[in-house]
Write a protein that binds this ligand. Structure first.
Ligand SMILES: [Mn+2]
Length: 358
């Protein structure tokens, strides 16, 4: 594995590259052109400038999170081929710049959903939290307003205000899109992009749905082991893979995370490793990465990644807000840096005990 850190880019992130460079073991960043518009091909000069900025800081771009997918591709309108063409152009540019991993999601309308961005924990830290009962009481516009108020002035990924202004129109687009339709639109998209991925050795890593069940009656298709295996089989190409996001799949306690990792051996191209604490069904909050702080066995998760030969980029995922830091919710420096150090420690111990046994 290669330890990395998500970075939204200068002007969008409260954290600088030199800070990331000082986190032990972090070699690269996972970044994006944060102001790119889904559906448009990326600008090669912007990609090169981003790459140079990262390299000048002594780091590398280990992958892109995300190249977002236009809703017309997800809903399968007459314009989808045009948007897929642009997506292919972007992949081609990234491949030529020696970038070989692209994370994306196929979630309708929302990238992720939370009911609270700053839930206070007993130690005074705050975390992102989800309570289905709270979500059931509000409509999507109200949820956006709640999240926007608590975003500390940052634009939240997937919750861009210009997108949210069109929220009603976005929902209308999904009116006739059920799970099967969404799945076949995903397969159509993947089949169309595989040739460029083969040519430039680009690993596509779909991010699971967060949370792993339908929200606001929108369909969700990447929610558990069976659904993931169906997707991998439908386009059986090594470049069609997944992002193993423990925090997203783990929202459903029925999902056995180490088992999913083993089942997806060879097709996990990116890992987001974080912990959650389950209070009740449909009610969870994010936790520190440490196993004892949440509901997941982080050792078992890292061991499964190690034993399946995972060699892609990995990153700590959302952190708690601690020590008075002001950042995009979930994306502060301190707790994610602690997470990276902890995951590195687990990995070193697993690697050395494995070597001692063999
Ligand atoms: Mn994730």
């Amino acid at each position: 594995m290669k330890m990395t850190f998500r970075w939204f880019g200068t002007g969008f992130d409260s954290i600088s590259l030199w800070q990331i460079r000082q986190i032990p073991g972090v070699k690269g960043v996972i970044t994006t052109l944060y102001d790119s518009v889904p559906g448009e091909a990326w600008d090669v000069n912007k990609i090169r400038a981003l790459k140079k900025e990262v390299q000048d800081a002594g780091l590398e771009i280990s992958g892109i999170e995300s190249v977002n997918i236009h809703d017309d591709i997800k809903t399968g309108t007459g314009r989808r081929d045009e948007y897929i063409e642009n997506y292919i152009k972007t992949l081609e540019l990234l491949g030529k710049e020696d970038i070989h991993m692209v994370c994306y999601n196929f979630m309708p309308v929302f990238d992720w959903t939370r009911s609270d961005l700053a839930k206070k924990r007993p130690d005074g830290s705050t975390v992102l939290a989800y309570n289905q009962a709270d979500i059931d009481k509000i409509n999507p516009e109200e949820m956006f307003a709640n999240l926007d108020k608590k975003s500390n002035g940052f634009v939240l990924p997937g919750w861009e205000p210009e997108r949210m202004r069109k929220i009603k129109q976005l929902f209308d687009g999904y009116k006739n899109v059920d799970k099967e339709k969404l799945f076949s639109n995903l397969v159509y998209f993947l089949k169309a992009i595989m040739p460029v991925c083969d040519k430039y050795n680009i690993n596509m890593a779909i991010h699971p749905d967060d949370p792993a069940w339908p929200v606001f009656n929108l369909p969700r298709i990447i929610t558990g082991k069976d659904q993931i295996l169906r997707m991998l089989k439908a386009v059986d190409n090594v470049h069609n893979g997944i992002t193993m996001c423990t925090g997203s799949l783990g929202t459903n306690p029925q999902n056995d995370l180490p088992d999913i990792i083993r089942a997806c051996k060879g097709r996990i191209h990116f890992a987001h490793v974080r912990n959650l604490w389950h209070e009740a069904p449909g009610k969870f909050e994010e936790a520190a990465h440490l196993s004892a702080d949440g509901s997941f066995d982080m050792y078992a998760i890292m061991k499964a990644l190690y034993e399946t030969g995972f060699s892609g980029p990995i990153r700590p995922d959302h952190g708690r807000t601690i020590w008075g830091e002001v950042s995009m919710p979930g994306y502060g420096l301190y707790d994610r840096a602690l997470g990276a150090a902890y995951l590195n420690g687990l990995w070193e111990a697993i690697e050395k005990s494995h070597r001692a046994e063999h």
